[in-house]
Design a binder for this molecule. Structure first.
Ligand SMILES: Cc1ncc(COP(=O)(O)O)c(C=O)c1O
Length: 418
C-alpha cells in the first residue's frame, strides 16, 4: 500500500500546472486526470480561486486569525443547507480530520466503542480507521464475513478487537453482522461509492439506512471523494438518504487544505464547549476554518453551483467515459465502467464490479500497464486511480485523451493478452 505520491516503478515529479494540464520536470505535458485526487473541480489555478486568495489577503490582511469569522458562518450555512438542512457543521483541515472527528463524535454520542466499516473503503491515514482498506484477500476471511486486517504497522490488536468489517453490497451478510454487533457499535462509516465510483446499490443503501436507524447506530457517509463531485450534494443527494454525519474534504477547500463534518445537531452538540460536564468532545486546530480555505472553498462551490456548470462537467465526463468504453470494446477488451458526475474508473473484467473482492479479481496488471503507457503518451493519472475531470477540461482535451487511449491500447496489444 503506497500513499498518494508514490507508485512503481517511480513517481513523476511535476513542475507546474495550468487549467487541465500539468508539466513534469523534464518539460513533458500531460492532460491531468488526477486533479490532485479530485480536489480541483475548477482545474489548476482557476481565476475565481486566484481572485479569492487575493481578496482574502486584501480584506483580512492575513491568512489566519484564530478567531471565529463571519465567512465561516456563511460557508458553514451553505454546506449545512446542501448536506444536512437543520444540522450543524464543524470545519477541520483535511478529510482525515473530518472522519476522525466523526468517529469520535459517534463514540461520545452512543457511549459505545466498536467501529464498523466496509472492506476496501478508505477513510484517511489514522490508526483507528486503517483496517481492511487494502487487505490481502488470502488473509481477509470469507467474502461475506471478512475479518479486520491492519493496513499499517501501528494499528494494534486492541484497535482491531474494536473493529468490525462489513462486505459492501452484500445485504444479508451486512444485516447479520450489524444485528449481532448492534449494541456495541458506535457507528457505521462508509464510502457510499467505493473508490468514489462503485455505487452502493439502492436497495442496499436504503436497507442500511433503515437498519442503522432501528439499531440507533449513527451512519457516517464519508463523502471526501464523492462530495461536490458525483452531485453537488454528493451521495447524500444521489441517494436522497441523509446520514447522521457526512464527512467532507478535497473540493470543499477549492484546492486549499480543508475538511468538515456536517450532521445532526444533537450529535455535533457534543462539540459545544458550554455543554454539560462529561459530554463534551474536545476538538481544536490552529488552522480550522481559516479565512483563506473558507473563502477559496466558498468561491469554488459558488462557481460550481452556477446554472449549467455541473451539467457541463457531467457531460464532458460522460463523453470521456463513453469513449474509453468504446475504445476498449472495439479492441474486445472485457471491462466495466463505474462512476457518476465528474469522475469514473474502468475495471478490466467481464463480471460486474460491486465491491473490493470484485476489484481484486479484475485484471489489475493490465490496468497498470495501460496507465503507465498513458503517462508515456501524455495522459496523467496515478496508475489504477479514478479519472477526475474539472470544469477546465475541454472537449479538445477529451478528444485528445481518447486518441491517446487508442494509441496506448494499440502499443500495449503485442505484450498484453487481448
Ligand atoms: C473517502 C476518503 N476519506 C478520507 C480521506 C482522507 O482525506 P485527506 O487526504 O484530506 O486527509 C480520503 C483521501 O483520499 C478519502 O478518499
Amino acid at each position: 500500500m503506497a500513499g498518494i505520491k508514490y507508485f512503481e516503478p517511480y513517481p513523476v515529479f511535476m513542475k507546474r500546472a495550468a487549467g487541465s494540464h500539468v508539466w513534469d520536470v523534464d518539460g513533458n505535458e500531460y492532460v491531468d486526470y488526477l486533479m490532485s485526487y479530485g480536489a480541483l473541480i475548477l482545474g489548476h489555478g482557476a481565476k475565481v480561486v486566484r481572485d479569492s486568495i487575493e481578496e482574502v489577503i486584501g480584506s483580512f490582511g492575513t491568512t489566519v486569525l484564530g478567531t471565529p469569522t463571519e465567512v465561516e458562518i456563511a460557508y458553514g450555512t451553505t454546506l449545512r443547507d446542501i448536506y444536512h438542512p437543520g444540522g450543524s457543521v464543524r470545519f477541520t483541515n483535511s478529510g482525515l480530520e473530518a472522519t476522525t472527528l466523526a468517529v469520535r463524535l459517534a463514540r461520545a454520542h452512543t457511549g459505545r466503542r466498536k467501529i464498523a466499516k466496509f472492506e476496501g473503503h478508505y477513510h484517511g491515514a489514522v490508526d483507528r480507521l486503517l483496517f481492511s482498506y487494502s487487505p490481502e484477500v488470502a488473509r481477509a476471511g470469507n467474502a461475506k464475513s471478512p475479518v479486520p486486517i491492519a493496513d499499517s504497522a501501528d494499528v494494534d490488536k486492541g484497535l482491531l478487537s474494536d473493529s468490525i468489517v462489513l462486505p459492501f453490497n452484500e445485504w444479508d451478510a451486512t444485516e447479520n453482522i450489524l444485528t449481532r454487533n448492534g449494541k456495541d457499535l458506535a457507528c457505521v462509516i462508509m464510502e457510499p461509492f467505493e473508490e468514489g465510483v462503485i455505487p452502493g446499490e439502492r436497495e442496499f443503501m436504503n436497507n442500511l439506512r433503515k437498519l442503522t436507524r432501528d439499531l440507533e447506530i449513527p451512519l457516517i457517509f464519508d463523502e471526501v471523494k464523492t462530495g461536490f463531485r458525483i452531485r453537488l450534494g454528493g451521495a447524500t443527494e444521489f441517494y436522497s438518504i441523509v446520514p447522521d454525519i457526512a464527512c467532507l474534504g478535497k473540493i470543499i477547500g477549492g484546492g486549499l487544505p480543508m475538511g468538515a463534518v456536517v450532521g445532526k445537531a444533537d450529535i455535533l452538540a457534543h462539540l459545544d464547549p458550554r455543554g454539560k460536564q462529561g459530554t463534551e468532545v474536545f476538538h481544536s486546530g490552529t488552522f480550522n476554518g481559516n479565512p483563506l480555505s473558507v473563502n477559496v472553498g466558498r468561491a469554488t462551490i459558488d462557481a460550481l453551483s452556477r446554472p449549467g456548470a455541473f451539467d457541463l462537467l457531467r457531460r464532458r465526463t460522460d463523453r470521456l467515459k463513453g469513449g474509453v468504453s468504446a475504445a476498449l470494446a472495439e479492441r474486445d477488451v472485457p471491462h466495466q465502467m463505474a462512476g457518476e458526475g465528474g469522475m469514473f474508473n474502468v475495471y478490466f473484467t467481464s463480471r460486474p464490479v460491486r465491491n473490493y473482492r470484485d476489484i481484486k479479481n479484475s485484471d489489475l496488471r493490465l490496468r497498470r500497464f495501460l496507465d503507465l503507457e498513458l503517462i508515456t503518451n501524455g495522459v496523467y493519472l496515478k496508475p489504477g486511480n479514478r479519472f477526475c475531470l474539472s470544469l477546465a477540461h475541454s472537449d479538445d482535451d477529451v478528444r485528445l485523451t481518447l486518441e491517446k487511449i487508442g494509441h496506448s491500447m494499440d502499443d500495449l496489444a503485442p505484450s498484453a493478452a487481448f
